[in-house]
Design a protein around this ligand. Structure first.
Ligand code: RTP
Ligand code: MG
Length: 139
């Protein structure tokens, strides 16, 4: 059975461009409930840990530098079928391939600076939520 939670970050490019409010509005209007939220900034070390699965990829170093370049908003979201529905809402990794109406189509500027993160499995959603939030920060 699909889980009810996913994890997201509004990435440094989108936060820096002043698009956080517009993005959160789209997320809420799509039926996701915000269970936890935090404005924070990842150190290069923490960004490296978060994206450890991509350690061997050619874009890893750039990705870590980008994700630690400015503040992000981390959130845990609740909805039926959360992981899959949220990946649909954000669109393809590369904004050139993202469908009309998706968050990345509207707000991403490149394949790297692509505005928003969405967990790719229920298991990773739980791990990523735990990376940012304690039990007392989730409502
Ligand atoms: P995310 O994890 O952030 O939700 O993105 P995703 O699943 O759509 O993409 P993933 O393959 O997990 O890649 C993680 C992030 O790395 C950056 N990236 N850069 N320069 C490149 O070719 C490249 N490819 C990926 C993006 O910021 C991507 O979201
Ligand atoms: Mg991913």
């Amino acid at each position: 059975m699909a889980g009810k939670k996913t994890f997201t970050m509004i990435k440094p490019d989108a936060f820096g461009a002043g698009n956080a409010g517009a993005i959160i509005k789209i997320i809420e209007e799509a039926g996701f409930r915000i269970e936890a939220a935090k404005l924070t900034k990842l150190s290069a070390e923490r960004a490296g840990q978060f994206y450890e699965v991509h350690k061997e990829r050619p874009f890893y170093k750039d990705l870590v530098a980008y994700m630690s370049s400015g503040p992000i908003i981390a959130m845990v979201l609740e909805k039926e079928n959360a992981v899959e529905d949220f990946r649909k809402l954000i669109g393809a990794t590369n904004p050139a391939e993202a469908e009309e109406g998706t968050i990345r189509k509207q707000f991403a500027t490149s394949i790297e600076a692509n505005a928003i993160h969405g967990s790719d499995s229920d298991e990773n959603a739980a791990i990523e939520a735990g990376f940012f939030f304690s039990a007392t920060e989730r409502f």
